[in-house]
Design a protein around this ligand. Structure first.
Ligand code: FPP
Length: 260
């Protein structure tokens, strides 16, 4: 969709609707199967309140909880959240260690609720580098929820799209070297299957909070034809209502996938 003053006004119109009306509107039309979110703005949220940056991450967990709940209620099949990028290790050590502990505690503490909501939990990213105590909890929740049939919640953890492509190329090269694959047989489907997201459809909608207009090394292969939606709202302030506005806006778009 072209970003014009008219389209900006249309989004404003949607955000003025009461939440229940928005939900009725969203539920009346096909929803995106897969929504991916770059959760940005936690640090700014905290700094604006005179709080340490980590307070923004703490508050961000509440937004995660609400987004997972509402995505499930809307019948979204996959929700991918960018929780920790491969570049995030360069943050101050206290922030990295706070985030790891927050992830460990949150993932563990949410297990009963994920089960109650029939959510399947999955992780994408390089496992190395993640503290073993966090990995153990993550693996436990992945295993415990593996048979659930509702929303699949995909957490991008120590994730970088370029790392993912490098890992996929290495995997395919190993298969060629081992004689299991002919180079001429490597097509788009083979590359997709070699990515961490094997078996997950490409995102239909990518949401980024806090207004930055970039994709930050997130799902670069998978978002080739994804619809983008950027909101100035900071992640800790993002809620079910914002998700409905994004989906309602998505539902008005004409997806052409390069065709006319
Ligand atoms: C970006 O905000 C946010 C992150 C790097 C971390 C995201 C983590 C959470 C929302 C909490 C834990 C999540 C789960 C799934 C339990 P930023 O710090 O870059 O904000 P800034 O751009 O304002 O500095």
């Amino acid at each position: 969709m072209a970003f014009t003053p008219a389209s900006r006004a249309a989004v404003t119109d949607l955000s003025r609707l009461p939440e229940d009306e928005l939900r009725v509107r969203v539920l009346a039309r096909p929803r995106p199967r897969h929504i991916a979110i770059i959760m940005d703005g936690n640090g700014r949220w905290a700094t604006r309140r005179g709080l340490p940056r980590v307070a923004g991450h703490h508050q961000g967990v509440k937004a995660v909880r609400e987004t997972v709940r509402v995505a499930g209620e809307l019948g979204v099949e996959y929700l991918t959240l960018y929780a920790f990028s491969s570049e995030n290790w360069q943050r101050p050590e206290n922030e990295v260690s706070f985030l790891m502990t927050l992830l460990e505690r949150t993932i563990d503490g949410e297990l009963p609720d994920l089960q109650a909501k029939n959510v399947r939990f999955r992780v994408i990213g390089r496992p190395d580098g993640i503290p073993p105590r966090v990995r153990r909890r993550v693996d436990h929740v992945v295993a415990e929820t593996a048979a659930n049939t509702g929303l699949t919640l995909v957490l991008a953890l120590n994730y970088g799209a370029r790392d993912e492509l490098v890992d996929a190329v290495r995997r395919l090269a190993e298969e060629v070297r081992g004689g299991a694959r002919d180079p001429g047989e490597i097509d788009e489907a083979a590359v997709s299957r070699a990515l961490y997201t094997d078996g997950i459809p490409d995102p239909d909608l990518l949401i980024r909070t806090s207004g930055e207009m970039r994709v930050s090394n997130f799902l670069l292969w998978q978002i080739a034809y994804t619809e983008l939606w950027v909101t100035p709202t900071l992640w800790p302030d993002f809620g079910g209502r914002d998700l409905c506005v994004a989906v309602a806006d998505y539902q008005r778009r004409d997806r052409r996938f390069g065709r006319v």
